[in-house]
Design a protein around this ligand. Sequence first.
Ligand SMILES: *[C@@H]1O[C@H](CO)[C@@H](O)[C@H](O)[C@H]1NC(C)=O
Ligand SMILES: *[C@@H]1O[C@H](CO)[C@@H](O)[C@H](O)[C@H]1NC(C)=O
Ligand SMILES: *[C@@H]1O[C@H](CO)[C@@H](O)[C@H](O)[C@H]1NC(C)=O
Length: 402
Amino acid sequence: MAGRRHEYVILLILVCLWNTIDGLKLEQVLILSRHNIRTPLTARLEDTTPYKWPQWKNEVGHLTDKGALLESYMAEYFAEWLNETGLLPRGCPTDDEVFVYANTRQRTRESARAFVRGAFGNCSISAYSIDSEDMDPVFNPILRDTSETTKQKITAEMIQKLKGLRLDAAYKELNDIIDLKNSDICKSDSFCDFLQGENEIVYVIGKEPNIVGPLATSNNVMDSFIMSYYEGMADEDVAWGKIVKPEQWALLSEIIRENQNVRFNSTSLARDVAKPLLKYIKTVFEHNPPRKVTVLFGHDSNLNSVMSALGFKYYELPHQYEATPPGGKIVFQKWRDEDTNRALLKINYVYQSTDQIRDASRLSLGSPPLWARLELTECSADSDGFCPWDQFQKILDAIEQF
Ligand SMILES: *[C@@H]1O[C@H](CO)[C@@H](O)[C@H](O)[C@H]1NC(C)=O
Ligand SMILES: *[C@@H]1O[C@H](CO)[C@@H](O)[C@H](O)[C@H]1NC(C)=O
Ligand SMILES: *[C@@H]1O[C@H](CO)[C@@H](O)[C@H](O)[C@H]1NC(C)=O
């Protein structure tokens, strides 16, 4: 007993030393999160294969019960981390200290509620979303600028991305898995081979930048496969047991990455689509006194367009197939170097690995989610991942001119 107490005291001293030697204090955090596991978005998948799709308990596009559970696990972890960093010490934070804000979709609202339950379950904090069933304009990733020049720029970016697609191997594999040549869309629309079709751009002001063709259709199929895998369905209910190797998942999930890449990952496009959300993020950092913690729940389109608009460098998420996995979070941190009184920015991607998701692993400081470093092109990070806040402020100031 005495021995263990000893270890505890030494540990405590080490933690304190580490904190002071470091001389860094966390002042503010903004978390931009994707909702957690949802049911597949497309109801018309039965046309794409002669096989039967698995049944989902929840409505189309809704957060699943497991998604809510996983989000509360993330939240439990973040509550511990926010306490450990000293930003939210023991006890309930006030409404001035924490704000959790979600888009109006069921999956984002319920993710936010699950987060609040997990992190601040016994407190008076609640999840906010606007009182409407329409998309919240702050989160709505739609084309807005009506000028012809912008249209030309954005269309050119999308064409460029489409030209860069290297999906033949993935398409071939998917043709076989779903037996596309024996599907209804093959019979009725002569859509029998993902390698054959052309992708068309759909550019409509007030709508999301979109595409129709093999990439969109294959993405819908892959979305269903990967969500059923995350959901923990039996092997035979995930792509009828035909995706067995990690290399297959890696190859096929290129489709999901590229769909997002074409639709939300080019600079002019992202600056138009994400402008309201970027302005919102800017106001959060300018609010005085600063609110300690802001958690935003949106969609992969929000995360991708924000990263593209602000100029994030290429990143990889080990142990994940997706570039923006469900429940994954971009964590903007404002730190202060107390020796020099300079503010510093650090950005991480905090996410659950595919195994943590499929196994529904409970998370804590002892068994954390994964952390990957993110970096802005115009704010180079030092070896510890910090870049000068002044430089980030310049990027934020430029948002008005986007
Ligand atoms: C908060 O952190 C302190 C150490 O910084 C620790 O003693 C305490 O147990 C933590 N509280 C919770 C709820 O994790
Ligand atoms: C809420 O209180 C109960 C009972 O004290 C406790 O078991 C639970 O961990 C608390 N939840 C949170 C999120 O702090
Ligand atoms: C986003 O676009 C950049 C620039 O074209 C590219 O380097 C990067 O790989 C893309 N990211 C993803 C996740 O596709």
